[in-house]
Design a protein around this ligand. Structure first.
Ligand SMILES: O=C(O)C(=O)C[C@H](O)[C@@H](O)CO
Length: 267
């Protein structure tokens, strides 16, 4: 039991070059998160940036996912070292940090997720869920190696610094945010714009060349499959809230008439 809690199978899988298929959780609810936890996804993204997810609900979601064969990746609203400390202490092992643009920012984030001497993460896990309130006696020895740090490059500036960001030791993967990247490149709402797709494909090659894992969210199955073929490793292929919208609208329209949900994928 102890080894199982301490280990980070998601990080190990990425290090081995294995593909990890995920689902984005934007409902900010532990009950619906548990429903998704049994669906068969390798990882679930607990989104604290674009959903009303606070520390307490993030804790509840981590607890609801714990019994299931899926890995929680937690996204804070910003790369704040204090928030990162709190999320690691409630038991998050894998973090996705949005809006990373410079190597300096990336290096700070590596240090925020590691205990001294590598970093400056505050030592308090012994009274927190991360070390199961002191029951995991080797937590402090293992934490730096088991944490999985994924950074989001999703602006023109971030792309310009991608080589330097991907090269930093302690960065395990780089997530390409198509929605924000398309906006930054001047094509807001068009994540499939040719310029955005070309930039994403080039970025995937760059990230792989540095031995790191490329990741992204694509809710169009053909788009997700194409990026996986390009070498993307951790790919979220749906969003819980969008799936609920589509399923409920389509069911209602099958009985009440009207067109099925269609339209371009938002990601
Ligand atoms: O910019 C992006 O794309 C992302 O960051 C992923 C999704 O958009 C997510 O942020 C939901 O909006």
């Amino acid at each position: 039991m102890t080894e199982e809690i301490l280990a980070n199978p998601f990080k190990s899988a990425l290090q081995k070059g294995a593909t990890q298929i995920g689902l984005w959780l934007a409902m900010a609810d532990p009950y619906s998160a548990e429903i998704c936890a049994g669906s068969g996804f390798d990882w679930l993204l607990l989104d604290g940036e674009h959903s009303p997810l606070d520390l307490r609900t993030m804790l509840a979601q981590l607890q609801s996912l714990a019994p299931y064969p899926t890995h929680a990746v937690v996204r804070p609203p910003t790369g704040d070292p204090v928030l990162i400390k709190q999320m690691l202490d409630i038991g998050a092992q894998s973090l996705l940090i949005p809006m990373v643009e410079t190597p300096k920012q990336a290096e700070m984030l590596v240090r925020a997720t590691r205990y001294p001497p590598r970093g400056f993460r505050g030592v308090g896990a012994g009274i927190a869920r991360a070390a199961r309130w002191g029951r995991l006696e080797h937590y402090l020895d293992r934490a730096n190696d088991e944490v999985c740090l994924l950074l989001q490059v999703e602006t023109r500036t971030g792309l310009e610094n991608l080589e330097a960001i991907a090269a930093i030791e302690g960065v395990d993967g780089v997530f390409l945010g198509a929605a924000d990247l398309s906006a930054s490149l001047g094509h807001i709402g068009q994540p499939q714009h040719p310029e955005v797709v070309a930039a994403m494909e080039k970025a995937i090659r760059t990230i792989l060349a540095h031995g790191k894992a490329p990741g992204l969210l694509a809710t169009d199955e053909a788009v997700a499959a194409a990026y996986l073929k390009q070498g993307a490793r951790f790919v979220a292929v749906g969003v819980d809230a969008l799936l609920l919208v589509k399923a409920t609208q389509d069911l209602a329209r099958r009985f009440k008439g009207g067109p099925a949900t269609g339209g371009a994928s938002p990601y």
